[in-house]
Design a protein around this ligand. Structure first.
Ligand code: ZN
Length: 410
């Protein structure tokens, strides 16, 4: 991925910050405050070091600077070197890459063949735009609480599969800051995975196949694989609500998409019934469909509508960059401070609950905005640490420091 590709990817999805307080002209100031006063360098270093300095110093970081200047293959010998560079350059975006055989910043001093990406967390990227053919509330970069339900289901299905089918323990789910989620699997076994192994895992976790013109995108075989059975159980918990909220069966055009997967005789019967009862709710229509069609059809419909849609290339390539947790999203002004998503939490994570950067700035102590040395505004830092924002930071930090890192050190 080069700078031009990154720029195009950012731009071709359109603008939709969802943050009315955010004025991009303020971004340089926001970045100065954030990276000089708020960014948790210690915890960030603790995570990416994994108890081994070489692991950190051989890691690639990429910075996107003002005007989409894109600087790859940066590496830092220490936490302090990273902090110095970030504070100085105030990147608009930080991407994290692989751990290389040679420090990335030294790559020009060695032969090209000996500069190799060796290890990286196993990562997953789920983007809401991949649901544009089925969601009805928003399109493109827009998201809302209704379509976020697709993400909630995807996270639960994928989290279960990674933990129970593969035995991974250290999963960090992060809101990407705009329209999707990332998962960083930080177990040692995951970091060591070869490229073919990553390809095999993403194929195992891919079920929905075919472009927008393909009608049937999921084909199940019986007996069902246990992983598919588990995914169906999760999907079923949400599907009635999803049908109602998204209006999948609200009119002939919409129900036509779903009925296209139903055998012809049943399809005609249901069509006639629904046309004769135009005020019937989508939920009732789904319940009617449920009683009429075979299990395999019901399951294929549910999975086609809500099984995780992964960006496979992000997972496959060891050398693929992924936006760093905790870095500001330049399009939305969002810092994913509360981005730790608990897959099994009873309170669903919603991006709209995030504190958006400009709107919470007034609640921070004034000295954070000045050039006063941090050591002389300890009192203010204390109050900041007791504010809600600090709680969010702690939330994000805890899986990094307590579970991932400890398992590496012990
Ligand atoms: Zn929506």
């Amino acid at each position: 991925m080069n700078g031009k590709e990154v720029k195009e990817k950012e731009e071709d999805k359109g603008e939709a910050s969802g943050n009315a307080d955010y004025d991009r002209a303020e971004l340089p100031d926001l970045l100065r405050i954030y990276y000089s006063r708020l960014f948790p360098y210690d915890k960030y270093y603790d995570w990416l070091e994994y108890g081994d300095r070489d692991t950190f110093s051989h890691r690639e970081f990429s910075f996107t600077l003002e005007d989409d200047v894109y600087v790859r293959y940066q590496s830092f010998e220490s936490r302090q070197a990273l902090e110095d560079s970030v504070r100085k350059t105030r990147p608009y975006k930080i991407d994290v890459g692989a751990i290389f055989s040679v420090r990335p910043s030294m790559r020009s001093r060695v032969q090209q063949a000996s500069f190799k990406a060796l290890r990286k967390e196993l990562v997953f990227d789920i983007d809401m735009t991949d649901y544009d053919d089925i969601r009805t509330c928003c399109q493109g970069a827009n998201i809302c609480g209704k379509c976020w339900k697709f993400m909630t289901i995807a996270i639960r299905i994928l989290d279960r599969a990674l933990r129970e089918d593969f035995g991974f323990l250290h999963l960090l789910w992060v809101y990407s800051g705009r329209r999707g989620v990332h998962c960083w699997v930080c177990d040692e076994e995951a970091i060591q995975l070869s490229q073919p192994a990553r390809c095999a895992i993403v194929e195992y976790l891919t079920l929905v196949q075919g472009g927008e013109h393909q009608t049937r995108k999921v084909r199940l075989r019986t007996p069902l694989h246990p992983s598919i059975s588990s995914a169906i159980k999760i999907a079923r918990r949400y599907f009635e609500d999803l049908v109602e909220e998204q209006g999948f069966l609200d009119d002939a055009e919409r129900w036509g998409k779903m009925l296209a997967l139903v055998p012809e005789t049943k399809r005609k019967m249901l069509q006639q019934e629904w046309e004769g009862r135009p005020r019937e709710s989508g939920r009732d229509r789904w319940r009617r469909l449920w009683t009429e069609v075979q299990d395999v059809t019901k399951n294929e419909i549910m999975l086609q509508w809500c099984y995780p849609r992964l960006d496979a290339n992000v997972t496959k390539g060891i050398n693929h960059l992924l936006k760093s947790p905790l870095c500001v999203h330049p399009k939305t002004g969002t810092i994913p401070l509360v981005s730790r998503i608990e897959p099994n939490s009873h309170t669903p994570f919603l991006p709209s609950l995030l504190p958006l950067f400009p709107s919470y700035l007034p609640s921070l102590p004034l000295s954070l905005f000045s050039s006063t040395p941090l050591s002389s505004c300890r009192q203010d830092m204390c109050s900041y640490q007791h504010s809600g924002i600090w709680t969010h930071l702690i939330l994000l930090q805890s899986p990094l420091s307590s579970s991932c890192v400890q398992s590496w050190i012990s």
